[in-house]
Write a protein that binds this ligand. Sequence first.
Ligand SMILES: Nc1ncnc2c1ncn2[C@@H]1O[C@H](COP(=O)(O)OP(=O)(O)OP(=O)(O)O)[C@@H](O)[C@H]1O
Ligand SMILES: [Mg+2]
Length: 178
Amino acid sequence: MSDSSEKTASEKPQAGTGKAGKASLEAMASRARLETRNLTVKYGSTVGVEDINIPMCDNSVTALIGPSGCGKTTFLRALNRMHDLTRGASIEGKVLLDGKNIYDDDVNPVIIRRKIGMVFQKPTPFPTMSIFDNVVAGLKLVGIRNKKVLQETCEKALRQAALFDEVKDRLKTAAVSL
Ligand SMILES: Nc1ncnc2c1ncn2[C@@H]1O[C@H](COP(=O)(O)OP(=O)(O)OP(=O)(O)O)[C@@H](O)[C@H]1O
Ligand SMILES: [Mg+2]
């Protein structure tokens, strides 16, 4: 583990440094859908990321690039309140989705995670559930039980992820085999 005091400026996630960078950052901020303002995430006294201001626009790709431990994952997890589930983690600053801070008291994190998803580096299925049940878990959670709807949605989702042909004959087997 490293403390923020050990990080050099070039190791911290940042966007738009320099004059031209700052101008383009300001232009991006004016049309950002998702934006962090002075975002700091701490694990106890360990600082994961500090004072991050990054605008992210519609229909564009924003890449986070940096050395191991600089805070990429910490930053990403802050964007849909995944740190709510991390013991000892605390958040300062704001994450604005269409201008609304997702950390406001009146915001339901479950709804936020429906709007802002995260694709993990490694597959992280529910280990005791089948491939099929993993794919339709979200639908079942909101009360959808219609078999036809579940089957069609499962197939559509797997086709979109280019996985259907690979797993179509073992949808009922445990998802840990993925
Ligand atoms: N759950 C945690 N508890 C305590 N410290 C943590 C935790 N997760 C991350 N950290 C610390 O926060 C800092 C940022 O880590 P993070 O995992 O976000 O970096 P990263 O850029 O994603 O690294 P990598 O490229 O290796 O995935 C590091 O100092 C790390 O040790
Ligand atoms: Mg990481």
